[in-house]
Design a protein around this ligand. Sequence first.
Ligand SMILES: *Cc1c(COP(=O)(O)O)cnc(C)c1O
Length: 373
Amino acid sequence: MPEFKVPFYGHVRQYRSIKKEIDDTILTVLESNQYVMGPALKQFEQELARYSGTKHAVGVNSGTDALWLVFLALGVKPGDEIITTANTFFATAEGIWIARAKAVFVDCDPRTNNIDPARIEAAITPRTRGIVPVHLYGLSADMKAISAIARKHRLFVVEDNAQAVDGRGPDWRQGELSDAVCLSFIIQKNLGTFGDGGAVVTNREDVDTAVRKLRNHGSAVRSVHSMGYNSRLDDLHAAILGVKLKHITRWTDRRREIAARYTRGLQGTSLKLPYEPPGFRHVYHLYVVETPRRDALEKFLLEQGVDVKLHYPIAIHQQEGYPWGQAADPGPRVPNCERNAAQCLSLPMFPELTDDEVDYTIQKCVEGDQKAR
Ligand SMILES: *Cc1c(COP(=O)(O)O)cnc(C)c1O
């Protein structure tokens, strides 16, 4: 692996900053003799529900499983249609397909890169069952507008909140205006464990009960089964996440500070910078700039020792093999999603970045932008 002056991730830096708490909790679980569906999982689920302000939280094996298990819990049937966006991580649509439903792509709002509520109604058909807004890059989608449309057409709303833990809208919280919220705890997410994990948070008792059963071989009572799956959150990961949950607000605040520093420093370049609608708490899972000269700027920054990445350079409907034998959304017209895929460039963003690293990145972005003009 090349050594970067400014790395993209800071997993080990974060671990070292809370090493004693993490090590202690791991040792406690190791000595407890309970590793699957044990007390650490139960405790984390309670803490996560309290933190989220929802009635329930269920740990599962990944964000992807959270999505499709919720769809099954909501009674999604093969051939049902679920509306989402094409500029997201692949798993959003994958979760829909695993549940044997059809993903219908609606274009995003070019300012926020989130699903454009004004375009949703045109995509609704008699087979539409729900809407899955993605809180892309850490900015919550317009849940007020989306939930109003859903109520009018009797659709469910499931928030793909893999990227915006600790985020919120001006006068609403995640989970308040939806049927369920899906979280991912893979290491690179804002709240991440040393491996994979996920959760469903919800105010709906029926969704909580159904996901609890589905994740554990369709079993609510020992030895009694219906069709389900094995998708549990291990106690080790739950315990680690419980430690990290205590730090999430502080980490988000630091991400927001770094984002503000980037935004100040990159003002006056030709780059399109992240937009934060008034009152929203953007948690900057990623700080994504956009430019038609993306490939040249990416190459320049990598050469200068700044690790940058692309989220996500291929829109879902542009993936080879789409839609994998299932009924296609006939030529989705999503030009804003396609532009986002072609122009996105993610700068280093994690709470342990130093101001000097941020300033170096800014300086190289300014230079790269001038070279390209
Ligand atoms: C990471 C991510 C997922 C999937 O989460 P996993 O835990 O990796 O399965 C789903 N949707 C979005 C938007 C993501 O970023």
